[in-house]
Design a binder for this molecule. Sequence first.
Ligand code: SF4
Ligand code: SF4
Length: 710
Amino acid sequence: MATREVFWNISPLGELLFYLLALVAIAIFAYGIYGHVRRILQGKKVAFTVRPLWAKLSAAVASIAANKTIVRHDASAGVMHFLIMWGFVVLFIGTVIVTIEYDLFQKILGREYGFWVGSFFLGYELILDILGVLFLVGLVWALIRRYGLKPPQLSWKPLDLALPLWLLLIGVTGFLVEGLRLAATASELGYNPRWSWAGFLISQGVRGFPVETLRAWHLALWWLHGFLALGWIAYLPYAPKVMHILSAGVNLFFQDMRPRGRLEVLDVEGAFERNEVLGFQTLKDLTRKDFLDLASCTECGRCEANCPAHLSGKILSPREIILELRAHANEEFPAFGKPKEHKQIIGYSIKPEEIWACTTCMACVEVCPVFIDPLNKILELRRNEVMIQDKYPAGFTDVFKGMDGRGNPWDMPASERLAWMKGLEVPIAANLTPSPFPKGKGNSSPSLGEGTGERFEYLFFVGCAASFDPRTQKIARSVVKILQHAGIKFAVLGEEEGCTGDPARRIGHEYIFQILAKQNIETFNNYNVKKILTICPHCFNTLKNEYPALGGQYEVVHHTQLIEQLLKDDRLKLTKEIPATIAYHDSCYLGRYNRIFDAPRNILKNIPGVKLIEMERHRERGMCCGAGGGLMWLEEEPSKRVNELRVKQAQAALDGHLRQTPTGESEQPRRSLVASACPFCMIMLEDGIKSKNVEFENKDIAELVAEALA
Ligand code: SF4
Ligand code: SF4
């Protein structure tokens, strides 16, 4: 009959000993898991399930099964992980099947055989050998990748070598045991050994040895295999790197499905009244999801490899943020006993310079295969530093003063908000819309007065950068030209516009953010605003994703979205040729935060004469310009400037394209350009272009469209 004896060549005493060892391993495993669960439950509760349970479950299972999150950003690592993961899973299922067969059917129910016979058994043998070999291939690949190819984001700690070798040894000894058994039982086997093809190949190599020798080798290797496998089970919860086998799926299940670019609203005044902490001061302030994040990190380093702060030589590494917090958590929340005294995170496990180097670009969140969010931890640490400890880089003092006093981080008077529109006919909302409150009766606004009664479709929210910065003012002027060309009815707020509050929020000053946001919402509502057009992705993200939590619900569009739509509707015709090779730079807040990748590219493709090329890092993996998170107002060390790194990448793409274009192919000289769709990016790229002394222009999409209009 096609089956085999489960404990072949093992004495009853050996079998008993194995069961005792298995119990010990399971107990050690359970103790480790208990420690993790206990630590996670110390966190604050979070409630953000916005999808039905089954939808979250199926999404998590599908994502894990296909290794989607790994393959998406690194195909080679993805295939390697796919082989190891599926090999491991199938071998584990195989062990469970044997356990059910032997313990339930044969021991408890007293049958000679259960279901592990005949064609089921043969299929089992075939599949397990295939997946077992693929498992070994994946492990060898992992070792070659780490120690041969040496991607910079991988570490080379002793455990990084020991863990895959351990698994490799489990796999190899498993096949050797199978081969020796097949060789020793060849004459009495009830099935064709080729079904166990990997073991069969090994058996062919040892078939000349006496049966007693084969049995002795089998016994020794069986125990070695058993020790290694049980040891692995016992050690699993204690090896943080490996713990992701269990925790990653849970973390995927509990991932926050709300818009990415949204920060939680804090009750700042209430917290002050109640003498509560704001942000993360100690580990007591972390949520359960944060602790789950810490337990799930595989230490793969993808976040670090994509972090602009790290790449430009700064102290920050999102991986280290997670690992430092994890080590801190393990220390303060032991598996048994009371939690230890809670130390302030900043200064103990994390240095202040680490959190102040973050541009909030979200690249780390984007690439993490297990949906860990290092950014939210950095922002919560900033909130505590700013609002409770009153500690932040000196460069932010004037930013806060400007936003608090004059409603903008440039600290400019409101009257200057009209400067960019000099010479243009730009409708101002206060001059169009009659006030709902006649002057003098409850209307304290200086500008809400007698308007013409003309309605506008879009409120053009210019933003502080394009209002005050001379270079980016040209973007606002170009947008006005486009809107007027397409016959769109719009208005600006002029002096009534205030900063959305994004820089304050990302630096950590929630209080200033909320004051500014509430003022803007009041102004929008006074004018019955329904649609907002913005040229700044930071404004766009805040107005679209963060104002709703404060009562401001509007249809918000970025100028690239509107222009794309106007082109589709034939309301704009781009007829003037721009002979240029253009590399498009994705703004983090437009692209990664809000998934607007195609609109800017589609517009560029519509401009006659434009050849659109991509930089190596683009779309989801686009590299930050260095301005986000309030960092535009901080001085960077000259050798560690993110914007210069990005300019170098743009130059490499443009030069590369030039080299590939055979001489004489173009009839006329082409301009080399980097296009952007964000005033912050423009300021940073302009600065980088000047300091790197490179020869290409930097234009906003709106400027190019305005140029291409007849
Ligand atoms: S958000 Fe960007 S800058 Fe900040 S840690 Fe993540 S990758 Fe680095
Ligand atoms: S946080 Fe995510 S991307 Fe970063 S090392 Fe950990 S698992 Fe990898």
